[in-house]
Design a protein around this ligand. Structure first.
Ligand SMILES: Cc1cc2nc3c(=O)[nH]c(=O)nc-3n(C[C@H](O)[C@H](O)[C@H](O)COP(=O)(O)O)c2cc1C
Length: 414
């Protein structure tokens, strides 16, 4: 019986354990988690989402405080178009986060950064360029382009000396999105080094509509593999979303995938950035507690626990401190929804906003409990202690379980 460890992800001459831990925004996939994946010979991800906040937490810098002070005058203003990121600081924070992580890297694996196009930051092109260049400057092994079609992202990096040496990949949810990306980038004479195919059961934002349940990861992966064969393109394909056991992963590898990307099983590990109490919420979740809703202002549906404190919270937009989702005109769908509620409820001190959420604030505070569909199976991966809490696992334990388990078995901790 085959297991994941019988396969290898190959990048040129380099061979890796074909397990990639997916990026989980705003420091849920911490440097510690990514470093473990690399130490064990696989691929780990950090994320550049809200990197200034992450740097402040990790390195005691004060980027957020400074930005808030600069724009304090605008806090009560519903127009946020003035709130801009200072590109030099964005570069500095990214280099700190990436550089310190790469310095600590041990083992034969790799560390990539997840870079979401939807973080438009009131100047989409300029800020994305700085994020990409700074990550490359700081020595990241690779960049995974996420949450968006990224039709212009290769062009933004083309003039970087590491454009052809760093591993660059894209997340798609359909063969069509992949075709668009590859056709658009023919000019750069550079193909992606890997393609993550993310299906409808993933955590975070989904590349599907609310009809997500009608799609199936194995079918999309087969379509992508078929198209690549027809085009004679040899690019590693990495399925993601709902791959819960080593056997699930092995089935994809036997069908022609080069590796798998997994995330939800690592949300309850010591190295994951979620607070201990939230990890227990993930363990306790039942299937009925999981929903896909449209509260994210990005316009993409998002999967989360129904009990997420972010839902209906109604806090004043925090764009002066954060503002990562402001579009090129300084707008965010949450601001619109919030202003509508404030107008409809004059004199009410705290409104509730049900249709959208202030995602920056809530992701920053770990109050948007996004998860993969199979979060409700996490309880089967650990023991429940006498106090009702589940035992937290190590990332190494979960990684090894994916790597070596067979027959859909899950290795429980001692
Ligand atoms: C808590 C959480 C946060 C996530 N955040 C991001 C993110 O910031 N960017 C991204 O591209 N994908 C994100 N994802 C998706 C994962 O990287 C991964 O592709 C997917 O969840 C894999 O499916 P699985 O969780 O069923 O293993 C997130 C997933 C989870 C569970």
């Amino acid at each position: 019986m085959k297991k994941v460890d019988d396969f290898r992800l190959k990048f040129g001459k380099q061979e890796l354990v074909p397990i990639m831990i997916g990026g989980m925004g705003v420091d849920i996939s911490t440097a510690e988690l990514a470093l473990e994946a690399a130490r064990l010979g696989g691929v780990g991800h950090i994320s550049d989402a809200m990197v200034k906040t992450v740097a402040d937490r990790r390195f005691h810098t004060s980027y957020v405080k400074e930005k808030l002070q600069r724009y304090k005058f605008n806090v009560a203003n519903s127009d946020k178009s003035e709130v801009q990121f200072r590109l030099a600081q964005l570069a500095e924070a990214t280099k700190l986060h990436v550089g310190k992580t790469m310095e600590a890297k041990r083992g034969s694996g790799m560390i990539f950064i997840n870079c979401m196009e939807k973080l438009t930051m009131n100047a989409p092109k300029e800020t994305l360029r700085v994020r990409l260049h700074s990550a490359l400057d700081a020595g990241i092994d690779g960049i995974t382009l996420a949450a968006g079609l990224h039709l212009g992202s290769f062009a933004l990096m083309e003039d970087h000396p590491r454009f052809r040496d760093a591993k660059l990949g894209i997340i798609v949810s359909s063969v069509r999105a992949l075709q668009l990306f590859i056709r658009k980038n023919v000019r750069s004479n550079r193909l992606p080094d890997y393609i993550v195919v993310e299906g409808p059961l993933a955590g975070g934002h989904l590349g599907f509509g609310l009809d997500w349940a009608q799609y199936d990861l194995a079918t999309i992966v087969a379509e992508v593999l078929q198209w690549l064969r027809e085009e004679k393109l040899d690019i590693p394909v990495i399925p993601a979303g709902g791959i819960f056991t080593g056997s699930d992963a092995t089935a994809f590898l036997e069908a022609g995938a080069a590796a798998v990307q997994v995330a939800t099983r690592f949300t309850i590990t010591e190295e994951c950035g979620l607070p201990a109490k939230v990890k227990q919420e993930y363990f306790r979740a039942s299937e009925g507690d999981v929903e896909v809703n449209q509260t994210s202002p990005t316009g993409y549906p998002m999967r989360m626990l129904r009990s997420s404190p972010s839902i209906g919270a109604g806090n004043r937009p925090n764009c002066e401190a954060y503002g990562y989702l402001l579009d090129a005109k300084g707008c965010c769908a949450y601001i619109t929804a919030y202003n509508r509620e404030v107008e409809a409820h004059p004199g009410v001190r705290k409104v509730s906003v049900m249709d959208k959420t202030c995602l920056c604030t809530h992701m920053r505070n770990f109050d948007c409990w996004t998860c993969g569909q199979y979060v409700y199976r996490l309880k089967d991966t650990s023991h429940k202690d006498a106090d009702g809490n589940y035992q937290i696992l190590s990332a190494e334990h979960v990684f090894r379980d994916y790597q070596f388990s067979t027959e859909n078995r899950i290795l429980l901790p001692d």
